[in-house]
Every structure is written in C-alpha cells, then in structure tokens.
Write a protein that binds this ligand. Structure first.
Ligand code: NAD
Length: 297
C-alpha cells in the first residue's frame, strides 16, 4: 500500500519509519526540510507540498501535527488535502486535538467521499520508536477495520472508541486524569516523606494499597524511587509540562462546550500553568512535585 505521511516531528518521524519497516511505500511532507531528508534517507519519497501528496496515487494519508490549527490548515486550507485528494482516499489524523475540530474535519472529508479516522496516541516518543503506541480511534466501523493493520505497524494497542471525535474524547479524558493523578501522587509522596517516611518504602506501600496508579507505580515523581523514570534523571525526557498543559487546555475547552464540570481538571490546568510560567515548561510533567518541595523556585 502507498501511504502519504504529513508531520515528521518527534512522534511522526519514528511512526513513519515503522511504516517503512513494515514494508509500506511512503511519500512524506513536512515544513521542516531536515525532517523530510531524514525520512528520505530511510527509504521514503519526498513530496514538495501537501497538494502533491493529495494528488499522488496514495491510498491512505496519515497526519501527525502539533495542534488543531495545523490540522485545519493541512486539511481545509486553500492548498490543503481536501482541495485535491481523490474521493475514496482514506485519511487518519493522529494529532492530539479537540474532539469538536476532529468531528468538523471528518465531516468535511466524508462529504467529499474521503472516510476519516481520528487516531490520537499515547505512549510518547519511546512508544513511537518502539512501535508500541496505543491508538484511540474514532470513526466508522468499516474504516476502522480497514486501517487496523496499518495502525498495528505503529502501535501495540488499537482501541475503537466509537464514531468520529471519540478517539480525541478518550485521549483528553485520559490525559486529564493522568495530570490529576500525578499531582495527587506528588502531594501524597511529599506529605509522607515530610512525616518521616523513606520515599521508596512509602511508594512500595502505596503501590500495594488502594492509592496505587500509573503515576505512583510506573512514573513516580519522587526522585530515586523508580530507576529509569524522569524523576530519577532530573525530569529530562519523558512527557513535557507544556505538552501536558496543551492537553489540559483541550480538556477544559471540551468541558466548556459540553457544559460539563471538571473541577480537579481545571485545578490541574492552573497548577501546570503556574509551573510552566515559572520556567519549567520543558521539564517532564512529573516535575510538578517541585511545587510541593519548594525546590528550584
Ligand atoms: P512536533 O512539533 O515534534 O512535530 C510536528 C511536526 O509537524 C513538525 O515537524 C512540523 O514541522 C510539522 N508541521 C507543522 N505544521 C505543518 C504543516 N502545515 N505542514 C506540514 N508539516 C507541518 O510534535 P510531536 O511531538 O511529534 O507531536 C505531534 C502530535 O502528537 C501533537 O498533537 C502532540 O500533542 C501529540 N503527542 C505527542 C506526544 C509526545 O510525547 N511528543 C505524545 C502523544 C501525543
């Protein structure tokens, strides 16, 4: 199968490389020439523009872009995909954006005969490299079935979440909970340690008790508790504070549109905003524990 791929950043480039490894023919485009060159070195063909991808003989186009404004531009812009793509070509957007934009773009695509899936991912750059991403997919059943083997070349878990936009709905709900649970674990670890607990012993108790969660047992924010976690390498690598802040913005915006209260989510957004404004935007999001320790402020 011939696939077009647009957006070769931290996530898109390793995902595209995994498609090449799986034997797909790939034509790629990114605004950054260096990103395109690196993919061409591993066997992809470069397209000079988005419209060139749309008008090539691709059967499927995947996009992995920073935010909703880029997705609108790439699909709906004057020189965007929908202005030139042949009916029947399938579209998958794996960017993390708000569910409403995902639904708008999918509806516009479908209207001109291009089935579209939203398929945001979780698993970070490590998961993208290893091909172990989780895909949360929104769209029609048949389109989902048709895309499954391509998505499985880039990910380990592929979950059909319902109609268009539901992949993004699952992603914003999950990441909002992740932010809340990370802040909760940071608060609990700091309290326990201030009361005299050894952090490793405390984490061991939490992780075999009812407080256990991914933020405590896999990604504990307390330094030295989990070898290999960003907390044990001064919060470098991992999932950046500003990326988490972006996802919390999507959650609060979606909640506003649904008139749905997200009290802890909104509080988490404010805490991450404060932490970012203190100059910590590039640090892993588990560094939020510094708000409690007072360190580095
Ligand atoms: P990135 O900024 O590294 O890459 C985005 C790429 O899109 C860049 O190479 C940029 O040049 C390209 N681009 C932007 N506008 C374009 C346009 N008009 N035409 C062509 N190319 C264009 O971002 P990333 O880290 O790869 O993240 C991509 C998406 O995945 C985001 O929505 C992000 O929230 C989500 N995500 C990221 C992670 C992570 O850990 N980085 C994890 C899960 C999900």
């Amino acid at each position: 199968m011939h696939i077009g791929f647009i957006g070769l950043g931290n996530m898109g480039a390793p995902m595209a490389r995994n498609l090449l490894r799986a034997g797909y023919r790939l034509t790629v485009f990114d605004l950054a020439a260096a990103a395109v060159a690196s993919l061409v070195n591993t066997g992809a063909t470069a397209a000079p523009s988005i419209i060139d991808i749309a008008q090539s003989d691709v059967e499927l186009i995947i996009t992995m872009l920073p935010a909703a404004s880029h997705v609108r531009e790439v699909y709906l812009g004057e020189q965007g995909l929908l202005s030139g793509v042949a009916p029947g070509v399938r579209l998958i957007d794996s960017s993390t954006i708000d569910p409403m934009t995902a639904r708008d773009v999918a509806a516009a695509a479908l209207q001109q005969g291009n089935p579209m899936l939203d398929a945001p991912v979780s698993g970070g750059t490590g998961g993208a490299e290893a091909g172990t991403l989780t895909f949360m997919v929104g769209g029609d059943n048949t389109d989902y079935d048709g895309a499954l083997s391509v998505l499985q070349s880039m990910g380990k878990n592929v979950v059909h979440c319902g109609p268009a936009g539901n992949g993004q709905a699952a992603k914003v709900a999950n990441n909002m909970l992740l932010a809340i649970s990370m802040i909760g674990v940071a608060e609990a670890m700091n309290l326990g340690v201030s009361l005299g607990m050894d952090p490793k012993v405390l984490a061991g108790v939490i992780n075999t008790s009812s407080g256990r969660c991914w933020s405590s047992d896999t990604y504990n924010p307390y330094p030295g508790v989990i070898e290999g976690a960003p907390a044990s390498r001064n919060y470098t690598g991992g999932f950046g504070t500003d990326l988490m802040l972006k996802d919390l913005g999507l959650a609060t915006e979606a909640a506003k549109q649904q008139k749905q209260p997200i009290i802890l989510g909104a509080l988490a957004q404010q805490l991450y905003q404060m932490f970012s404004s203190q100059g910590h935007g590039a640090m892993d999001f588990s560094a939020i524990i510094k708000l409690y320790s007072g360190e580095d402020q």
